[in-house]
Design a protein around this ligand. Structure first.
Ligand SMILES: O=C(O)CCC(=O)C(=O)O
Length: 285
């Protein structure tokens, strides 16, 4: 079988809208294996994972991330899908490196939003060829917490203050106390706060997707997106892989997600990402 590739329209959509949906990117057998792997992580999360939902609230919003360095099953997934190749095509990169993988699970009845945000302000990397592939392992639509995006927002040259699920409305100091050191200062360093895009359909073009297992949402790390509560009848499961293209640089900042810290790599701020141990090559054209 020839490898999955984007057509010209898909590449245009990614570059113009900042997001494109690729149907059936991963087949049912691999989806089933990934679902089993996610179940195993829910049963035994890493130090970066756990249930975000308060014990007295309905449903369950679970996340875990940075699995591939310690979990051989997730390490193998890096090379078992065509997703890194799609990221290369979309970003116009010859090489794609893995930054991290990220599991998101929302059980039916989960009320937590992951409010409007971009991925860029959370990460110690920068560049113009950085994206995610959010792979649906279950069917979902916007009602059951599939992602929504603000079309074209990756081209605004704006970076919004990061938000943290279930901590919406808390002060930066409270968010830091709940998560990790340096976060309050990091949050305060952003003046620009995400507007309620959905309240201004005349100005902002919000697009949501209904996905089936194996479908992928491929989006730029600057594209504003969110997921809502799961008002559906079944669990919603997805894995996002974060991909670094040719011009990605190491850009550490206090308060960035601590999965990869300055002490973990010999890279200096501003260096092109060349550390094969920490950021393994997942695709080379
Ligand atoms: O799946 C979710 O609820 C959030 C996913 C997300 O924000 C991401 O993949 O960047």
């Amino acid at each position: 079988m020839s490898p999955l590739v984007l057509n010209g329209d898909d590449v245009d959509r990614f570059r113009i809208d900042g997001v494109v949906c690729v149907r059936g990117a991963v087949g049912p057998e691999l989806v089933a294996r990934m679902t089993a792997a996610v179940d195993a992580v829910i049963a035994e999360p890493t130090r970066f994972g756990g249930v975000i939902t308060e014990p007295d609230k309905p449903g369950m919003f679970f996340q875990d991330r940075y699995l591939f360095p310690t979990n051989p099953t997730f390490r193998a997934f890096l090379h078992e899908t065509p997703l890194a190749g799609l990221a290369a095509q979309a970003t116009g990169s010859t090489t794609i490196r893995a930054f991290y993988d990220h599991i998101f699970v929302k059980d039916p009845g989960t009320e937590e939003n992951f409010v409007w945000h971009q991925d860029r302000p959370y990460w110690p990397v920068d560049g113009s060829q950085i994206c995610s592939t959010w792979l649906a392992l279950t069917a979902a639509d916007v009602e059951s917490s599939a992602l929504e995006f603000v079309r074209g927002s990756h081209r605004w040259d704006r970076t919004f203050r990061p938000e943290y699920p279930a901590l919406e409305g808390r002060s930066p100091d409270e968010v830091e106390a709940a998560l990790w050191r340096g976060l309050a200062e990091h949050i305060r360093s952003f003046d620009d706060v995400c507007p309620a895009f959905e309240e201004h359909p005349d100005i902002y073009d919000v697009v949501g997707f209904a996905v089936e297992p194996g479908d992928v949402l491929l989006f730029d790390y600057r594209t504003v997106h969110r997921s809502g509560p799961n008002s559906g009848a079944s669990r919603r499961v997805a894995i996002s892989w974060r991909w670094l293209g040719d011009d990605a640089i190491w850009a550490p900042k206090p308060g960035a997600d601590p999965i990869v810290k300055p002490a973990d790599t010999a890279l200096r701020p501003g260096d092109l990402i060349t550390d094969d141990d920490v950021f393994p090559i997942a695709y080379a054209g």
